[in-house]
Design a protein around this ligand. Structure first.
Ligand SMILES: NC(=O)c1ccc[n+]([C@@H]2O[C@H](COP(=O)([O-])OP(=O)(O)OC[C@H]3O[C@@H](n4cnc5c(N)ncnc54)[C@H](O)[C@@H]3O)[C@@H](O)[C@H]2O)c1
Length: 363
């Protein structure tokens, strides 16, 4: 059991995504990168580090002598420049030079932050992603978007910096909380809706096995989602066009996330954002009422909330305009022509957004 995907960049093979059910092939995968006698800094957070840092360090020590571990406190609140500075200090104290390498072991917070530290330390060093959350495995570890939050602004400071390798151990998902696991499923359901209607059906039909963490079904799911993400980022590595399709559900989802003060998880907000966007698709005759309620019942199968209260529609609209997903002052919306085919739409006005949001926000 294992799968491999190669991600191309500028038409050439750039890095591999290795999907395994343990860490036993990690040393071999790292060795293939051709590094020798280099220092490796495993950057992780307090939750993931407590469970996996020792095991990963031991695996890396099969081929490398100088493996260091730096741990910061888990949580989005630490995805900031202060933590990046602490990482720089750690690297300087341990004499890391330009040929040494960072290893991100954790969810999207660790991956984004470590990638950014790697992009900027000594004007750029190499790094490896070992994503451990479902969201990181199918989404944030692929494509080279790195960065941190700045003051109240999410992902405001960052860089594109491609990893040398993405190594994922599916069994690591077993220690992830159920709610975090489900949050990652929000992005996975999104992949089906924007790119592959048959995949969306498959996800609906296999919900029991996915919820039971059946490793074979998880492997198939993660592989198919990584393939979708690979194809999109290969076509548009720096988000000038097609990559924006991955933001389906995110324009309003991010705004809801902010208004709810991050009490709902990212994937849960993306699902609410997708429902609102799908309402616009119904209004424009691209999705039928029947398809809409089928999709909502698939979301319910995965325990996603399909509405939320305690916030106002107008505050969500206002927050959506402060988001980066704007183009010349207009909100950039991702809509579906049909299930499995997304496009960028710049014509969604406030009244349309208001009607759509009334489906998911009960004031
Ligand atoms: N770079 C990109 O393209 C991209 C795409 C999507 C999201 N993101 C970013 O990703 C971040 C969200 O990622 P996330 O949902 O993984 O959050 P996260 O990294 O905060 O992980 C969620 C929680 O799960 C814990 N955790 C992770 N793996 C675990 C495991 N195997 N066992 C036990 N606990 C585990 C973490 O410690 C954390 O408490 C956001 O900052 C978002 O901006 C980036």
């Amino acid at each position: 059991m294992s799968k491999l995907i190669t991600v191309n960049y500028d038409g050439k093979p750039r890095y591999d995504i290795v999907i395994e059910s343990d860490f036993s092939k990690l040393a071999e995968s790292v060795k293939k990168l051709g590094i020798k006698n280099r220092r490796l800094a495993v950057i992780t957070d307090s939750n993931v580090g407590a469970i996996y840092a020792d095991e990963v360090k031991k695996c890396l020590e099969q081929t490398e002598n100088n493996v260091f571990v730096y741990t910061f406190e888990a949580g989005e609140k630490n995805k900031n420049l202060d933590t990046v500075q602490n990482v720089y200090e750690f690297l300087i104290e341990n004499k890391f030079d330009r040929k040494d390498m960072l290893v991100a072991l954790g969810g999207g917070v660790v991956g984004d932050l470590t990638g950014f530290a790697a992009a900027t330390y000594l004007r750029g060093v190499k790094f490896i992603q070992i994503p451990t959350s479902l969201l990181a495995q199918v989404d944030s570890s692929i494509g080279g978007k790195t960065g941190v939050d700045f003051r109240a602004y999410k992902n405001m400071v960052g860089a594109f910096h491609q990893p040398e390798l993405v190594y994922m151990n599916i069994s690591a998902l077993k220690s992830l909380s159920r709610r975090q696991f489900n949050s990652g499923l929000g992005e996975i359901l999104k992949h089906g809706l924007i790119k592959d209607a048959l995949y969306f059906e498959w996800l609906r039909d296999n919900s029991d096995k996915i919820a039971a963490l059946d490793v074979q079904v998880l492997e198939e799911m993660i592989y198919r989602s990584c393939e979708i993400k690979r194809a999109v980022v290969e076509n548009d590595p720096t988000e000038k066009g097609e990559r924006a399709l991955l933001n389906f559900g995110h324009t309003l989802g991010h705004a809801i996330e902010k208004q709810k003060n991050f009490e709902l998880y990212h994937g849960e907000c993306v699902v609410l954002g997708m429902i609102a966007a799908l309402r616009i698709c119904v209004e424009r005759g691209m999705i039928s009422e029947e398809e809409f309620s089928d999709i909502c019942s698939a979301f319910r199968t995965y325990d996603f909330p399909v509405n939320t209260d305690g916030i106002t529609v107008d505050s969500v609209i206002a927050a959506s305009k402060n988001d980066k997903k704007m183009d010349a002052g207009r909100v950039k919306f991702i809509l579906l022509k049909k299930i499995g085919e997304a496009y960028i739409d710049m014509t969604v006005d406030d009244d349309t957004m208001r009607r759509a949001l009334e489906t998911v926000v009960t004031e």
